[in-house]
Design a protein around this ligand. Structure first.
Ligand SMILES: [Mg+2]
Length: 167
């Protein structure tokens, strides 16, 4: 099974990554089946590439008893995160947020196929702004409308591509 690569265009603002664990980041129920977790291809590399200015929150239906071993697995893998929210229902996870006055959409959702490589790619488009922040918030280079691409494949080869997004 080959899933379609998810590609996002995001602003330079600090972001919150809400990530499911089982079947998305790690093998689905691997902690039960194998007795330990295993990263899906590209997931660890993607997580390591998330900027320090972003928050990482794991959302999971896992029960309390397996959270200490989950935390130890993530710690041993060098994964930074802000919190794990567990005991969640099995159904949809819905993010609701208010659109910026600039028109910037601030709710984003991605569906990845279970237990497939973490094929999510995103680019930072410096031209996507929020009117609610002073221009000094942005670096001078962002005024040129730069685009930076991120994916676990590009991070693996340390080759971030840049291009001018201005017409
Ligand atoms: Mg899942």
């Amino acid at each position: 099974m080959t899933q379609k690569k998810a590609k996002l265009t995001l602003s330079p603002l600090g972001k919150t990554w809400l990530l499911d664990l089982d079947g998305t980041v790690v093998k689905h129920n691997g902690y039960k089946i194998d007795g330990h977790d295993t990263f899906l291809e590209g997931a660890r590399e993607f997580l390591l590439g998330i900027p320090e200015s972003d928050s990482i929150v794991f959302l999971t239906s896992r029960q309390d008893w397996c959270i200490p071993q989950t935390e130890e697995f993530l710690r041993a893998a060098g994964i930074r995160y802000d919190r794990i929210i567990n005991n969640l229902p099995y159904g949809e996870r819905i993010v609701v947020n208010d659109r910026k006055p600039s028109g910037l959409e601030v709710s984003v959702a991605v569906n990845l196929d279970r237990d497939q490589p973490f094929d999510l790619e995103y680019e930072i488009d410096g031209s996507l702004r929020s009117h609610s922040l002073p221009s000094s918030f942005f670096s001078s280079s962002s005024s040129l409308g730069w685009v930076t691409s991120h994916s676990w494949r590009s991070l693996r080869t340390s080759s971030l591509s840049f291009r001018n997004s201005m017409p």
